[in-house]
Design a protein around this ligand. Structure first.
Ligand code: PEP
Length: 252
């Protein structure tokens, strides 16, 4: 059966000491709860990755990065590479986040290169897709998501694809406090799973983890995660408070 995952995307938040405190609080709390079969992933700013992996080594969570540049090394000032993440034994890396698409002009093609660069080092991409509000209002949300998934992921063969985690994140729901309804989430997740089934096969679609992201919190996680095609969440703001994040990871 496919993996259920809750991943915390800290974005560009927390000082070093605040991050240390939050990681310790989460690690301690995770020791006390039954995660069932769910996996917890923390994605702190890259500066804190090593410290986070040190704690994760003795705890019940995995670590992910928030971004990479799709080369192993080279003259790319300010960037970090998948090879560097591999040396830290990182399990996951977020790519295609709407903030990177918006502020750094990342295209589906560039994100495809990141997918390949991560998979080359056995790091699982958490691939974000989702429409902006005018696209939903115009009824184009399925087309937009289809294009994002096709152009960044569907060049992969099935053995590679099975390592990808997809996160559906309607951009109008990110950081806004406006969550997609459980029906809207389920509808899009089922659509994405259908795309995977048509491209690969039913078994691959069944094994693909599809997360929901966008103002998911301790109050709404349970009903979202109860949807048949919602396999957990990618959590921004609510992952910055240990007690609320713990409420979410125990919402299956
Ligand atoms: C995100 O940025 O991936 C996200 C889901 O943010 P938030 O939970 O704050 O909406």
């Amino acid at each position: 059966m496919r993996k259920q995952i809750v991943a915390g995307n800290w974005k560009m938040n927390k000082t070093f000491s605040e991050a240390e405190t939050l990681i310790t609080e989460i690690a301690d709390a995770l020791d006390e709860v039954d995660l069932k079969d769910a996996e917890v992933v923390l994605c702190p700013p890259s500066l804190y990755l090593e410290m986070t992996t040190d704690v994760a080594f003795e705890s019940n969570f995995k670590v992910g990065a928030q971004n990479i540049y799709p080369e192993d090394s080279g003259a790319f000032t300010g960037e970090i590479s998948p090879l560097m993440l591999k040396e830290l034994n990182l399990a996951y890396c977020i790519i295609g986040h709407s903030e990177r698409r918006k502020y750094f002009n990342e295209t589906n093609e560039f994100i495809q290169r990141k997918v390949d660069a991560l998979l080359k080092h056995n790091i699982r991409p958490i691939f974000c897709c989702g429409e902006v509000l005018p696209e939903r209002e115009a009824g184009n949300h399925f087309d937009v998501v289809k294009r994002q998934v096709e152009e960044s992921l569907f060049h992969l063969n099935v053995d590679a694809f099975i390592n990808v985690v997809i996160a559906y994140e309607p951009v109008w729901a990110i950081g806004t406090g406006v969550t997609a309804s459980k029906e809207q989430a389920q509808e899009m997740h089922a659509f994405i799973r259908g795309l995977v089934s048509a491209k690969y096969d039913g078994n691959t679609a069944n094994e693909t983890t599809i997360l929901y992201g966008g103002s998911c919190n301790g109050k709404n996680a349970r009903e979202l995660f109860a949807q048949p095609d919602v396999d957990g969440g990618l959590i921004g703001g609510a992952s910055l408070k240990a007690d609320e994040f713990l409420q979410i990871v125990t919402s299956f």
